[in-house]
Ligand binder design. Structure first.
Ligand code: PGA
Length: 253
């Protein structure tokens, strides 16, 4: 039985006071969603403030990115150990904005995933096709390449500890959500890839989130798909009511 995870990616938004207020508002009401894991991903400079704001609640938090190296001369970077030090449980890796705007490669996502797991973080590894790739019928192939590249060399034990997020790039921040059938088809493919590479136990256990224009009004129909185990939410995670409304969609399963 996979426990649903609703993850809020705040991206490069909010100031410190707004981040604290949002985290506190979600934390305060997080007790209502007992059967769902909840996590928020503020800008890294606000992680300490968010830690204080959610203390004592069941709201977890994590970072939007990290460095693949443990320490050293990597100006501007943040290590996995630093995130652990701040109380992070999760880290988002290979988000499409990092892949397509900042040029992150599968090989880099792979190194980061290995480093995050070694530090005890739960990586949320993102994959997803561009609109042109979907229209060319290449969705399966692209997802497969990203999966193989980003998760190269991982043992079954390592893979069992991570989360995968399917985020079609054409659905991110566009208001154009994938249909439940489109999402479910890719999630099923990903689970089959997991089964072929490892075994049925790993495939059944790994959580696969959907991301791309999820909001409270469309969450329930996505989250009731058998292979959709939660959501990675951008824009709608910046409002406590919307975010918690998405989590409420899980209990209707
Ligand atoms: P969105 O972003 O919900 O604003 O489409 C999703 C994401 O980037 O994770």
């Amino acid at each position: 039985m996979r426990r649903a995870l609703i993850a809020g990616n705040w991206k490069m938004n909010l100031d410190r006071a707004e981040a604290v207020a949002l985290a506190a508002a979600i934390a305060e009401r997080s007790g209502a969603a007992q059967e769902v894991d909840l996590a928020v991903f503020p800008p890294s400079v606000y992680l300490d403030a968010v830690r204080d704001a959610v203390r004592g609640s069941r709201l977890a938090y994590g970072a939007q990115n990290m460095c693949h190296q443990p320490n050293g001369a990597f100006t501007g970077e943040i290590s996995a150990a630093m995130l652990v030090d701040l109380g992070c449980r999760y880290v988002i890796l290979g988000h499409s904005e990092r892949r397509h705007i900042l040029g992150e490669t599968n090989a880099e996502v792979n190194q980061k995933t290995i480093a995050a797991l070694a530090a005890g973080l739960v990586p949320i590894v993102c994959v997803g096709e561009l609109l042109a790739e979907r229209e060319a019928g290449r969705t399966g192939e692209v997802i497969r390449q990203q999966f193989d590249g980003s998760l190269a060399g991982l043992s079954a034990e390592q893979t069992a500890r991570l989360v995968i997020a399917y985020e079609p790039v054409w659905a991110i921040g566009t208001g154009k959500v994938a249909t439940p059938q489109q999402a479910e088809a890719v999630h099923m493919d990903l689970r089959k890839i997991l089964k072929d590479r490892y075994n049925a136990t790993i495939a059944d256990g790994v959580r696969i989130l959907y991301g791309g224009s999820v909001k409270a009004s469309n969450a329930a129909e996505l989250l009731t798909q058998p292979n959709v185990d939660g959501a990675l939410v951008g824009g709608a995670s910046l409002k406590a009511d919307e975010f918690l409304g998405i989590a409420a969609g899980v209990s209707r399963k």
